[in-house]
Design a protein around this ligand. Sequence first.
Ligand SMILES: Cc1ncc(C[n+]2csc(CCOP(=O)(O)OP(=O)(O)O)c2C)c(N)n1
Ligand code: SF4
Ligand SMILES: [Mg+2]
Length: 290
Amino acid sequence: MYEIIKDSKGTLNHGISACAGCGMELLARCVFDVLGEDIIIVIPPGCAALLTGMGAECGIKAAGMMCNLENTASTCSGIRASLDSQGNDHTTVVGFAGDGGTLDIGLQSLSGMIERGDKVLYICYDNEAYMNTGIQSSSATPFLASTTTQPAGKPTVKKDLVGIAMAHDIPYAATASLHNIADLKKKIQKAKDTDGPSLIHVLIPCPTGWRSDPADTITLARAAVNTGVWVLYEYENGEVTVNYKPKELKPIEEYISLQGRFKKVTEEEKAQMQKIVKQSYERKIAKLEK
Ligand SMILES: Cc1ncc(C[n+]2csc(CCOP(=O)(O)OP(=O)(O)O)c2C)c(N)n1
Ligand code: SF4
Ligand SMILES: [Mg+2]
């Protein structure tokens, strides 16, 4: 049996084995801060599985289980159905999965969960690749980022997860960023209080996979928003709110120069990236505010 370290503060113990500067760990601490211990957390294989601890010690002081990579959402749905049948309407069922487990292999399971209207809080921590198995590209990997499966840079752009959830008319969905913890926590609370499925998609700087300085994790999260790479918005009962619009977009250079995964990008490619980011930002804002 696993032993829970009881003297550590909060629902997630200190001393777990994520890399220095890991954004996923910071996000997990925020999630547990808001949700407390009356939860059942479902985590698929991936870096978040590290949170459960090492050896005989368990890192999470709450109920949970590890599912398969492809079925986080359907596992959550099954747990919700079981709790409902026992008349339990107070325990939050939360899925906590990476981009590979969400935007690729788990997408069908997530689509079913949203379509059925199951009351589950689903959080996608998006570090933009299959990090735990050695930095392979996923459909969340951005244009021209170098990964072990696409060392010359990914030739296509990122999938739009919240856009897909909006197409299901999900009751609540939001994007969030680690540089604005107050906004992130407010969204987790709103998602928890939603009477139906909810989704939060968080961009997660990952020093190991992005080849960035662990000290730059928050700087990168902020730069993603200020360059227009990451847009902060919410979809709530059919209404969209754009939470933040930079007065003027910062040059993409401020974001990519801090990351080794963009080291091979040429000046010509950089100009192409800048054009794509600006166009996609403007299109997205126009679509969301229509
Ligand atoms: C069906 C299946 N295929 C492959 C794997 C191997 N695998 C374990 S973790 C992982 C990476 C998951 O990537 P992501 O969901 O982005 O999480 P991250 O590792 O980035 O935290 C993979 C491919 C698996 N467990 N199951
Ligand atoms: S590889 Fe990235 S996401 Fe995984 S534990 Fe390390 S920093 Fe965190
Ligand atoms: Mg990932």
